[in-house]
Write a new protein. Structure first.
Ligand SMILES: Cc1ncc(COP(=O)(O)O)c(C=O)c1O
Length: 506
């Protein structure tokens, strides 16, 4: 369909894009547009109606959100069958997009939608600071291949049978042993539950413990994958700001008293996204609070192990937990390979059976083959070898990042120097807006994540933060990528601070 018959009233108080969307809705309702019909190209309709392209984009997006049309990437918008279930974007996404009304709306909408769903489309040449996923070229493929072969030679068809829901016993024992050696965490193997990634672990915790209306306190900003889980259980999320040594415990206590949360979700090492690590004093304070006010703590320790500091970074809430208050969640995605889809959770005794039953109803068990291979990997000390190999590789990227990012300080772009992990958290000066910077960088094939997507609720500086990760980049890309950010920041700042002078008319 090349064009549509739409009448606009430019004097009407209803915004133009709504008038267009309403007219198209009426055409659909009257069957003048049918399922599968393509809407006119944005530019063509904009010219015909004498409006901006952005107005048409907003009208089409409105129709998409209300399930009248579907967008097909690279092709256009098509009329949808209304009988399909309505899919409404999450609150964070909605809130985020309601704050944007500019020429870049369409481009940004598509990209951030992918980002909030955990995926982002990138071009082949892009420098990807957006994803904290490790570079596949450093995955220990050959070593893992021999572990898999060893399992197959040894266990034959048993490797492909159903595994116990709580996980392969020898792997749980190896993990119990490892936790004690590396973090002084004493958890018998019976209280270790294997899961298909930390995300599944958090999801099952939500399933086991949360009822609609329960309160969960998180850091603000926080890992959006966890927030999505808690929201899916109809829990109420309360975000508490971060300080340089961890969550603000005064505000945490106020909120604990006010809301009586069932869970408090924290990342105590290299927090995602702020990169902050908790002081030991704070860890003790939080554990005390958990006892006093009777809540459980979910400690997501996904990046621990990747420390570049000389300080000992091995103390966790779990290692100090004497009263079984902490549910410790660990992923192998960032430090080993995300595609293994393996992680584990240590459960307080009181919920261990409940957790196992919930795991069973989720997917019966995580892959027995992968668990067995991972067990061999641990037994042969390859996990520890790999960790020190990864640390070496990442340390040089981390150093390059610190060196390059320091060059942005002249614009007032500051960052918190993390003790480890794979991310940097930038704070922008008042002249720079994170969305604008993100968009301009994306146009030059440099991908960042606007900090906004990590916040649980609106706060003053949310558009002044950016997360950049060095996990999937090399040192040359870091240099080139930060140079592009430098260039764009300089242009954007010059634009906003450009002065105007009055010239005498003689
Ligand atoms: C803090 C945090 N927790 C959990 C996960 C999910 O990890 P997994 O791949 O093990 O499910 C991620 C992934 O990015 C993460 O950043």
């Amino acid at each position: 369909m090349d064009t549509l018959s739409i009448q606009l009233d430019k004097n009407c108080s209803v915004p133009m894009y709504m008038q267009i969307a309403n007219s198209i809705e009426k055409l659909i309702d009257k069957n003048e547009l049918s399922i599968g019909d393509k809407l006119p190209p944005i530019r063509k309709l904009a010219t015909k109606l004498d409006v901006n392209n952005v107005t048409i984009v907003n009208a089409y997006k409105h129709l998409e959100v209300n399930d009248y049309v579907t967008a097909v990437k690279g092709s256009g918008y098509y009329i949808k069958d209304k009988k399909f279930k309505k899919i409404v974007p999450s609150d964070t996404t909605k809130e985020y997009f309601s704050s944007i009304q500019n020429d870049d709306y369409d481009y940004e909408y598509e990209n951030i939608k992918l980002m909030t769903s955990g995926q982002i489309e990138i071009s082949e040449n892009a420098i990807n600071f957006a994803s904290a996923t490790p570079d596949p070229s450093i995955f220990p493929v050959d070593i893992f291949k021999s572990a898999l072969n060893e399992v197959l030679d040894r266990d034959k068809g048993f490797a492909f049978g159903y595994q116990e829901s709580n996980g392969y016993e020898p792997l749980r024992e190896a993990l119990s042993d490892y936790l004690l050696r590396s973090n002084s965490i004493k958890v018998p193997s019976d209280f270790i539950q294997i899961v298909s990634g930390a995300q599944q672990g958090i999801d099952i915790i939500g399933k086991c413990l949360l009822n609609p209306g329960d309160y969960v306190i998180t850091e603000n900003p926080t890992y959006s994958g966890a927030v999505s889980v808690f929201k899916s259980r109809d829990a109420q999320i309360v975000g508490v700001p971060m300080l340089q040594d961890g969550i603000d415990t005064d505000i945490l206590e106020e909120n604990v008293k006010k809301y009586h949360p069932k869970l408090v979700y924290l990342m105590t090492k290299f927090q995602n996204p702020t990169t902050i690590s908790y002081s030991e004093e704070k860890l003790y304070k939080i554990l005390k609070m958990a006892d006093k006010y009777n809540f459980y703590i979910v400690e997501d320790d996904s990046l621990a192990g990747l420390s570049f500091s000389n300080l000992s970074m091995n103390t966790t809430l779990k290692s100090l937990d004497t009263n079984d208050r902490v549910i410790y969640v660990k992923s192998f995605s960032k430090l080993l390979m995300p595609g293994l889809r393996i992680g584990f959770v240590t459960c307080p005794e009181i919920i261990v059976d409940k957790f196992m039953m919930a795991k069973h109803t989720t997917d019966i068990s995580s892959s027995g083959l992968i668990q067995r291979a991972l067990h061999i990997y641990f037994e042969k000390g390859q996990w520890e070898n790999h960790l020190s190999y990864m640390k070496n590789i990442y340390k040089s990227k981390y150093d390059a990042m610190v060196y390059e990012l320091n060059k942005l300080e002249k614009y007032g772009i500051t960052f918190f120097k993390p003790q480890g992990g794979l991310n940097f958290w930038l704070t922008l000066p008042k002249e720079l807006d994170a969305t604008k910077l993100y968009l301009e960088c994306a146009k030059k094939d440099v991908l960042l994540v606007p900090g906004k997507i990590f916040y649980t609720s609106k706060c003053d500086n949310m558009n002044k933060t950016i997360r950049i990760s060095f996990a999937g980049t090399n040192v040359d890309e870091i240099k080139a990528g930060v140079a592009i950010i430098n260039d764009i920041a300089s242009k954007l700042i010059n634009k906003t601070t450009k002065k105007t002078y009055l010239t005498p008319m003689i």
